[in-house]
Design a protein around this ligand. Structure first.
Ligand code: NDP
Length: 475
């Protein structure tokens, strides 16, 4: 009989539909039987949530040594509790488009864990959003937030609303309707959202404004990523992209290398990608690619970040426009930038955008380090290929933690009614990324997997959460 009787009652459920997935028994053989049963329960309970299962699998696979060293975590049912969100909110978002027609979108907020602090995690507006994607992001957020050392819990939310091609007025009406429901679940001591794909400064403004209107409270700390003129923190906009490059720099330094003179491939052309490109330039590297959902551009002279911002942020146009205006660049339709020979890759668009075949191409072309700006952009097969080839690999949980860490700094400034300078804030971000790197590096070494930042990040984050859960009892 399995150690977890519930797994036997429910059955094992269908297998994952991911092409590159590995079977549970193969890769979870090192973890205690009770944990394998927890995974079987997740598969059975959430059979239509492949991204969530992928995220859970990755964490469970890498924390086996932690569970062995801490039997009290197994006895305390930490894993059983962590895979189940504390609360999931699903809601209707009705809104009227510019032609006067009723539209109905779906809203989500999954509050995963508040054991270390108020729920914290972004909102994503993208047509692909569903419960599986929000749960995978929320689950990852628990450990990422713990790894930053700040007092923040884990959550994620969003909607299947597609902002592309919508007018400002439609975006505003949608955001107001979204907040009409979600406001009751938020608050500076309860749950503090931020941006993610499709949610930038414009959307945060409309969402914050509606919260203020409904609650009659100017509660600055209930949202992060606000405009710097109305409670936002310096460097929050830049933090995730800058942080990913700082993380790459830390990994390279462990091998006596640096970014100086390196060619860098960045995917995406949104918030994370733009500031990863900017910081790569500042640290002496040459970023040569950017992308969006239509394809990628390669620019042998290096990406002109101001032109990219004009096209993607201000004009909200497609990436092909960059190549149309820049003689040194060419546009490759319907493809991702991983065929371009580079020293460093910073995937910064979306989940599962870099597969095992892409990883093998990057390795054959001499890639030395990968720092994930996006959440879970590399498939499990790609991660395994990088690690087998001894390529430095920084998982998103660690490498993109600069965004949420700077959000926590924004919350501190809001609480103290203070505003720190850009330089001070960037210095703090730099120090946080070094601390995140060192925590992951040290945990990997402590648990017998030196240089494995996946094991390190998961173990260090999990330890912090598990100790707090044990101390706070069964709730
Ligand atoms: P943005 O909306 O600013 O930009 C997203 C970029 O990725 C756009 O260029 C978009 O192209 C592209 N993209 C989105 N979906 C796809 C897809 N299915 N295929 C190909 N390209 C796609 O989002 P962010 O830059 O904020 O977020 C990017 C990633 O970083 C996400 O994984 C997010 O979770 C993660 N992240 C973000 C943080 C932040 O602070 N913003 C913090 C930590 C992680 P298009 O314009 O065509 O849609």
């Amino acid at each position: 009989m399995p150690a977890n009787p519930r797994a036997a009652l429910i059955g094992t459920g269908p297998q994952l539909l991911r092409p590159e997935s590995t079977t549970v028994t193969e890769t979870l053989s090192a973890v205690p039987a009770v944990v394998r049963d927890v995974y079987a329960t997740v598969q059975a309970r959430d059979p239509h949530e492949p991204e969530f299962q992928q995220a859970v699998h990755e964490v469970l696979e890498s924390i086996a040594p932690v569970l062995e060293a801490h039997p009290e975590f197994v006895d305390g049912g930490i894993v059983e509790r962590l895979v189940e969100p504390e609360r999931q909110i699903l809601f209707r978002v009705p809104w009227i488009d510019d032609r006067g027609r009723l539209q109905v979108s779906r809203g989500f907020r999954v509050q995963f864990s508040s054991v270390l602090g108020p729920y914290k995690g972004g909102l994503r507006f993208h047509p692909s959003v569903n419960l599986s994607i929000i749960k995978f992001l929320g689950f990852e957020q628990i450990f990422k937030n713990a790894l930053t050392g700040q007092g923040i819990g884990g959550a994620k939310g969003g909607s299947d609303f597609d902002p592309h091609g919508r007018s400002d007025a439609e975006i505003m009406r949608f955001c107001q309707s979204f907040m009409n429901e979600l406001y009751r679940h938020l608050g500076e001591h309860t749950d503090v959202p931020a941006g993610d794909i499709g949610v930038g400064a414009r959307e945060i403004g409309y969402l914050f404004g509606q919260y203020r209107k409904i609650t009659n409270r100017h509660e600055s700390g209930m949202f992060t990523g606000k405009g710097v003129q109305w409670g936002g923190a310096e460097v929050r906009t830049e933090a995730t992209g800058y942080g990913a490059v700082f993380f790459a720099q830390e990994m390279l330094a462990m091998r006596g290398a640096s970014l100086e003179g390196a060619r860098v491939a960045v995917s995406g052309s949104g918030n994370v990608a733009i500031y990863a490109i900017k910081k790569a330039w500042q640290l002496g590297a040459t970023p040569v690619t950017a992308s969006d959902s239509s394809g990628y551009v390669v620019d042998e002279a290096g990406i002109d970040v101001d032109l990219l911002r004009d096209i993607k942020e201000r004009e909200r146009s497609r990436i092909s426009e960059y190549a149309a205006r820049r003689p040194t660049a060419r546009f490759v339709e319907g493809s991702r930038p991983w065929q371009v020979p580079v020293d460093i890759a910073i995937p910064s668009a979306t989940q599962n955008e870099l597969g095992e075949g892409d990883a093998r191409t990057l390795i054959a072309n001499g890639v030395r380090a990968v720092a994930e700006g996006a959440n879970m952009p590399s498939t499990p097969g790609a991660v395994a290929a990088f690690q087998a080839a001894d390529v430095l690999f920084g998982p998103g949980k660690a490498a993109n933690a600069g965004g949420v860490a700077t959000s926590a700094l924004e919350m501190s400034q809001n609480a103290a009614r203070q505003r720190w300078s850009f330089d001070d804030s960037e210095t703090k971000l730099r120090a946080i990324m070094k601390a995140v790197h060192d925590a992951a590096f040290d945990a990997a070494a402590r648990y017998g997997r030196p240089g494995d930042y996946v094991v390190g990040a998961n173990s260090a984050g999990f330890e912090r959460v598990a100790h707090a859960m044990l101390a706070q009892g069964v709730i």
